[in-house]
Structures are given as C-alpha cells and as structure tokens.
Design a protein around this ligand. Structure first.
Ligand code: UD1
Length: 419
C-alpha cells in the first residue's frame, strides 16, 4: 500500500508543466486499433491507467513500444478481440475497446466493468449505441459478447444523457459502419474534439465534436503512420491551481489550455486568488486567506467538471463563509468528505449536496484515499493543514497524476512517499 506523509503549512511556489490528458489518451489508444497501421503518440502521461491500456493492446495482438512520453502502437495484426476480467478490473474505462474491436474485428468480448467508488457506472448507453449500429450483444454471467451478424450500418443515436464514454464508443464503431451516423445529445467535453481530430487523421469523416451533434461518415483510409500529440490535462491543471489556492503561494502552469477549465478558474477567482492567464500559461497567486466561492454545481461540459469538484471543495475548507457543492454527474462522489472531516473540516453532506463551512485551521491526521480525485483532494487539504497528515491508499492518485509527489515537492511541499 502506498502511503504519503505530508507536513502542511508551506506555500507552493514555482512552475509546473502540465502533463498530457488521461481522458484523451485512453480513447485514442483504443482508436489506434481501428486501422492496420502504426500510431505514434507524444505527450502521453506516465500513469497506471495508461500502463493498463498498454497491457490490453498487447493482449489483443498489438506491438506497443514506450519511451518516456512517446508510445508507438503497431496494430497491423490483431490476434484477439477478448479482454479478460483481470484487465477489465484494472481499468473500468476499457469498455471503450468494445466499439473499436467491433469496428475492426466484427466481434468483442469482455467482462462487465461493474460499479466503482463513485457509485454504479452502468454501460447501457454504450451498448444501446452499438446495437443501433448493428451489433448483437449478449450479456450473461457478467460477460459481454458482441458480434456483427450482418454489417455495421450508420444510425441516428439519441443519447438520453451526454455520456462521454458512450459518445466515444459510438464514434469509434461508427467509423467503420456503412453510411452516416448522427449522435445526438453527444458529450461536448474537449476530449471528444480531441478524439475527432485523431479519427480524422485516420481518414474518417467526423464533424461536430464540441457541440451536441456529432456526425460520422463511415469508412476510414489506410494510413501507414499516424502521429498525434495528446492535449494537456485540464483536471490536473485544476489540481495544481487548487493546491496553490489552499496552501498559498504563486504557481504557474505551462503548456495548459485554460479555455478547457474556465469554470474552475472562475471559481478560484471567486475565492480571492489572482488568476492570470496568458496563452498556455496560467498563474495562481494566493495569499491563503480565501473567501467561500459561489455555488459549485457540476454538470456535463461546459458545466463545472465533476472531476474538479473534490479539488475545489478542498480549496474551500479554510475559506471565510459557507460554500455549496452540488454533484449532478455521479451519485457517490462525496465519500472523500468523511476523510476531510478527520482533518477538522466542517462539511455537511446529504445526497448530492455538500455544504462547507470554513474553519480557521485544519490539523494533520491519518486519512485514506477513496478514489483518484478524492485522493487528490486529501493531498490538497493536507498541504494546507497544520502538522503531519498520513494519506493511506494514496496509490489511487497514480491512476491520474504523473510524478505528483515530485512536482509538489519541487514547489516547496514537504512530502515523503512510502510504497
Ligand atoms: C468520463 C471520464 C471521467 C469523468 C466523466 C464525467 C474518462 C476515461 N472518464 O467517464 O473522468 O468523471 O466522464 O465527465 O474519460 N451513464 C449511464 N449509462 C451509461 C453511461 C453513463 O447511466 O451507459 C451515466 C453515469 O453513471 C454517470 C453519467 O452517465 O452518472 C456520466 O457518465 P459518463 O459521461 O459516461 O462518464 P465516463 O465516460 O464513465
């Protein structure tokens, strides 16, 4: 088990180069399966979720090479279309391989991803979209088997919720369907536009990403080599700025895309921090005495990102006044607040709402990370607490943050990592 020891109360000062986006690289790695050629990705973050995706690609026959932030995937020969349970368990979002494998092989088999720390995470919308495109799907004993009895045909798909994963799965599968697919109420997250850019490099005809309707003209080209640089991670960006807001100091992000997390920047400004953006640089200057931000209400993009809510909540623990957080995307996202209370935070949560009443001081204590962003939220709180906090199960953060401890230490944090 990985344990982090943080002695709080030190301001953060310096620069951080933003890593590539986890939620952009995973669907793009799956999309590399769509064509029999070579994909070379740069700015790929070194994360546990990426390691798991590499294992899946190798399992289905791809040759994958990694060197630092570059990953080369040779998907000329696919030898299997099955993802075993142990790999599915490591990476819930590997369900994205369903659309890619169906498109490439006409078949796919994997086990149900099941729920996660954030509550039940059904995949009914993914399966509905693939069925609309002509897939036959059998679910039995926790396994999902997909085949294409006839052929994949373009379809009109209206999503009842703008699900990110279902939109991506439908886009991947539709690339090899006959005719046009129209995805209505599509997710509008920046990672969808990034995927569209990659698919179009394969010769696909995808348009509309970033808006509510995505159109895919079936059929892709036969490129030999496709190169793509992964966009910066907007949630990681938000994390470093929230940490600076909470601990005080002056942190500059380089290589960021501030437009992608403008709702978070607005919230941080409301706390009294100075947020200075210039091109790809975002700077946060915090004197540490924050005031409560206005209500933070999560929602699909361009709403406040659910993944950044725990970070903003942690940054508000010592702010003057009360802050309200409403979680509209996942059911069970406030579990980490129980751990924050151990540090002396005053939080009342019920259902989808949490109210934070600012306290003068937080005090270090042993806590456990419940999930990826909940773990990051504990780290932010620990940085602004008096004394030492031990964070157990901190391994969760390795799923989404590259060299988080080293980067925070370089900014002046007192951090030691064990395991
Ligand atoms: C993606 C992100 C995750 C982020 C989330 C919301 C990746 C790898 N993960 O997750 O970090 O928190 O978007 O921005 O990109 N739903 C259904 N049925 C389905 C699919 C989803 O009911 O078939 C529900 C979910 O339970 C959830 C909501 O729709 O309540 C949104 O989920 P979705 O947008 O699909 O999130 P993910 O793609 O899983």
């Amino acid at each position: 088990m990985s344990v982090w020891h943080i002695s709080g109360g030190r301001p953060l000062r310096g620069r951080v180069a933003v890593q590539g986006a986890k939620n952009a690289v995973l669907p793009i790695m799956a999309a590399s399966v769509l064509f029999p050629g070579v994909t070379r990705l740069t700015n790929v973050p070194e994360l546990r979720d990426v390691d798991a995706t590499v294992r899946i690609l190798r399992r289905i026959g791809c040759a994958v090479e990694r060197s630092g932030h570059e990953v080369t995937i040779d998907s000329r020969y696919i030898t299997g279309a099955e993802i075993p349970h142990e790999l599915m368990r490591e990476l819930r979002s590997s369900v994205i391989f369903l659309g890619a494998l169906l498109a490439r092989c006409g078949a796919a088999r994997l086990s149900m991803p099941g729920g996660c720390e954030l509550g039940p995470r059904p995949i009914d919308l993914h399966l509905g979209a693939l069925r609309a495109l002509g897939a036959r799907i059998d679910e039995s004993g926790g396994d999902i088997s997909c085949s294409v009895p006839d052929r994949l045909r373009g379809a009109a798909i209206a999503l009842p919720i703008p699900s990110v994963g279902a939109t991506e799965n439908a886009m991947l599968c539709a690339c090899r369907a006959e005719g046009e697919t129209v995805i209505m109420n599509a997710a509008r997250e920046p990672e969808i536009a990034e995927l569209q850019g990659f698919l179009n490099q394969l010769g696909a005809g995808v348009s509309g990403a970033g808006g509510p309707t995505v159109r895919v003209r079936g059929g892709i080209g036969s490129p030999q080599l496709v190169r793509h640089r992964i966009m910066p991670d907007r949630i990681v960006s938000a994390t470093y700025l929230a940490a600076c807001a909470a601990a005080g100091g002056d942190v500059e992000l380089t290589g960021a895309e501030p437009e992608h997390f403008s709702t978070v920047l607005r919230s941080l400004s409301e706390t009294g921090c100075d947020i200075i953006t210039e091109g790809a640089s975002v700077r946060c200057v915090s004197r540490g005495n924050l005031r409560a931000p206005g209500p933070v209400i999560t929602g699909p993009y361009p709403g406040f990102p659910t993944d950044a809510m725990p970070l903003m909540l942690s940054a508000s623990l010592k702010a003057r006044g009360s802050s309200v957080f409403v979680e509209n995307v996942f059911q069970n996202r406030f579990r980490f607040t129980e751990e924050l209370r151990r540090l002396g935070a005053k939080i009342h949560s019920e259902g989808r709402v949490a109210v934070v009443t600012g306290v003068d001081e937080l005090y270090g204590a042993p806590v456990s990370a419940t999930d990826l962003r909940g773990g990051a939220a504990l780290i932010i709180a620990a940085l602004s607490a008096e004394g030492k906090t031990d964070i157990l199960d901190a391994g969760h953060v390795g799923r989404g943050y590259e060299r988080f401890d080293e980067n925070l230490a370089a900014l002046g944090a007192d951090i030691a990592k064990e395991g």
